[in-house]
Structures are given as C-alpha cells and as structure tokens.
Design a protein. Structure first.
Length: 232
C-alpha cells in the first residue's frame, strides 16, 4: 500500500467514495421530502427500510471495490500491472456473482450464529472461506466452485491466515472504532441531524477505502503464495 498506493487504493476509492456520496444524498433527500415526518429512529419502519436499502447498496458496491482491488493487486504482484479500467471491469462484469457470494456467506454466518456450536465454528468457517473472492475473480470459477476452492486451499494454513486476520484487526481497530463513533455526532434539530448524518456517511465511505484496500492486499498476497506453492 505504501510503495504502490495508486494500484491498491484507487480501485477502491473510485467505487467507495462516489457510492458514499450518492447514498448520503439519497438518504438526505428522502428524509427531507417523502419521509420528512418520519422520526430518525431505527425502530420506525420507513426509516429502517431506507437504511437497509442504502446499506444493501453500499455492501454490494463494497464487494465490487474489493474485487477491483484484488484484480489490481494480483496484476501488480505478478508483474502485469493493470489499468484502472482493467481492474474494475471483472468486478463489475461479475457483480452478480459477487452479490451471490455475499448472500451465501451471510446466510452461512447467520445459520451458524443460531446455535452455540455454530458460534464456535463461525471463525473456522470464515477463515476457510477467506480466499473465495480471489478464487472467483482470478480463476474465474463459479460461486460454489470458488467456495470449494477457498476451502481446499486453506487446508493446513488456518493458523497463518488467523495471524493475518488478527494483524489486520489490530491495525485497523482504531479507524473502525472511529467510523462507528462518528454516528454519535448526529444530534440537534432534524435538519441538522440529516445534514450531519450525510456528512458522516461520506466520511465513513472515505475511511473505508484503506480498510478495504488493506484487506484485499493481505488476502491476495496470501492467495498468490498458496497458488504458487501448489504449482511448485
């Protein structure tokens, strides 16, 4: 990230930042017009629905940003640097599959979280699927093929990946807490709250760029090392 920030950060920034701005604008517009009488309370159906729709859109494009960063970083590490367009193209072209992967992973996580045993197994399963996006984009596998590929590649490498995950969490724990704490800034009159919420949403989108980029970089390096070891 420090030696080649353009290739690592730009594919994420050109997706995350515009989406954050558009989402913030849409939410602010809705709360100032059709939902102007709706309390800014997550318990209110209309407000909650708006937040869920916006969150779903952001989650989808976050997968695209993650995918574009993976393609760009992989090309850089293999001595075949890609242009911004070349990095974004596979991510947008295969957006449907990225969405399907997100849905499958969320469904698996939700199912495991329903039981105590499942909660214990959840970190294990999450790490086994840590390379699913690399397998999907760089090997052009199907959704379930990518899940199987990641599961197989991680066999015997769980502790190493756990170390990578823990390092990532420690490095970005502070920024993550800051992103969450920004929501506490929303207060005052309704107009002030709406405006502040929009600004906070954009700031969160900007702060998410290095988080997504670093995660993409660490997992892609891990994936390429395992793939090279397989090939001898």
């Amino acid at each position: 990230m420090t030696s080649r920030p353009r290739e690592v950060l730009l594919p994420v920034a050109v997706v995350e930042v515009p989406v954050a701005i558009v989402t913030a604008a849409v939410i602010a517009f809705a709360l100032s017009t059709v939902l102007r009488e709706t309390p800014l309370d997550a318990a209110e159906g209309g407000y909650l629905a708006l937040l869920l729709i916006a969150g779903a859109a952001q989650a989808l494009f976050a997968q695209v940003a993650h995918g574009a960063a993976i393609v760009s970083i992989a090309g850089l590490l293999q001595g075949k640097p890609t242009t911004l367009t070349e990095a974004l193209d596979p991510a947008f072209t295969r957006m449907g599959g990225l969405l399907a992967l997100l849905v499958v992973l969320l469904a698996v996580s939700a199912a495991l979280a329903l039981t105590i045993v499942g909660l214990v197994l959840l970190p294990y399963v999450a790490i086994r699927f840590a390379l699913v996006y690399q397998a999907y984009l760089l090997e052009e596998r199907t959704v379930f093929g990518a899940l199987g590929r990641s599961w197989g590649m991680m066999r015997g490498h769980m502790l190493r990946m756990l170390g990578v995950v823990l390092l990532t969490v420690l490095i970005f724990l502070g920024p993550a807490v800051l992103i969450q704490s920004l929501e506490a800034l929303v207060g005052g009159s309704r107009g002030t709250q709406v405006a502040t919420q929009a600004v906070v949403s954009v700031v969160q989108g900007v702060l998410a760029v290095p988080l997504v980029a670093f995660t993409s970089a660490t997992t892609t390096v891990f994936y390429l090392n395992l793939r090279d070891a397989e090939r001898g």
